[in-house]
Write a protein that binds this ligand. Structure first.
Ligand code: PML
Ligand code: MG
Length: 252
């Protein structure tokens, strides 16, 4: 029987995140015991070579996952839309998300917030009807944790997807799959990496890649989870996102 471990890295500059340090890099994996040393070394290397800067704080946490606690879920579907310039992005989002009951002013203000966010460490949770943030997590936000692809499932899944031989994208799809499974109506994401301008939205169980989500060179970005505040159990929702171990595909 496999022994599973969750391993998580976060790195910042100017002290730890919770003491005001600026976020540099983060990573999440669920792996077997024999991979721990190699993955830990890779994560530290990733933190030290990130384009957002040079960290002076790196936290690496490892904890064992009980086999019975593991949830197996399916990945979201994936799609890509053609969005040639950043000036068109708001209109592209409006068209794409037309099937949702989301007011235009709410969508646009969330988009404006997301591409300029340089404060919040995790995601914010927003009520789809009022457009108001409801998570009360302040600058820490909600950090989605304890998730990964099942390795052999991932190998098969990428086989006929030329666009998905990219670690960052694969991590984003795994995260988005957990977020969708939690009952999120729509996720909006823009990377805070200045070199990386492709973002995505996930809704109706589909991850849609959006080129030019922000302008190149901007070291800001964030994540928004839209939920129905009148039906969601917020504590259970956040607990699932942060604590429940989830493997994408595969079997126990
Ligand atoms: C991040 O850097 O954390 C966000 C990754 C977004 C990936 C979007 C894509 O290329 O599909
Ligand atoms: Mg990043």
């Amino acid at each position: 029987m496999e022994k599973w471990y969750s391993i998580r890295m976060r790195a910042s500059e100017g002290g730890p995140h919770e003491k005001g340090g600026c976020h540099i890099s983060g990573a999440e994996r669920i792996i077997e015991e024999k991979e721990l040393e190699q993955v830990a070394a890779n994560m530290i290397n990733r933190a030290l070579t990130h384009s957002r800067g040079e960290p002076d704080f790196i936290s690496l946490k490892v904890d064992k996952i009980e086999q019975e606690a593991m949830h197996i879920i399916s990945p979201v579907q994936v799609q890509k839309i053609d969005n040639k310039t950043q000036s068109e992005t708001k209109e592209v989002l409006k068209k794409l998300l037309a099937p949702l009951s989301l007011k235009e002013e709410v969508l646009f203000s969330l988009y404006d917030w997301m591409i300029e966010d340089d404060q919040t460490r995790g995601a914010i949770i927003v009520d789809i009807h009022s457009g108001k943030r409801i998570d009360n997590q302040g600058l820490s936000g909600v950090r989605v944790s304890h998730f990964d692809w099942d390795k052999s499932f991932r190998k098969k899944w990428v086989r006929n997807k030329n666009d998905f031989h990219n670690e960052r994208r694969l991590e984003a799809v795994a995260l988005a799959s957990k977020v969708a499974k939690a009952g999120t109506i729509c996720e909006l994401c823009c990377s805070d990496d200045p070199e990386y301008t492709t973002g995505y939205v996930t809704f109706q169980h589909t991850y849609v890649q959006i080129p030019n989500m922000k302008k190149k060179g901007v070291p800001r970005g964030g994540r928004v989870f839209l939920v129905d505040a009148s039906t969601i159990d917020l504590d259970a929702y956040m607990h699932y996102l942060e604590k429940t171990p989830v493997l994408i595909g595969g079997s126990k």
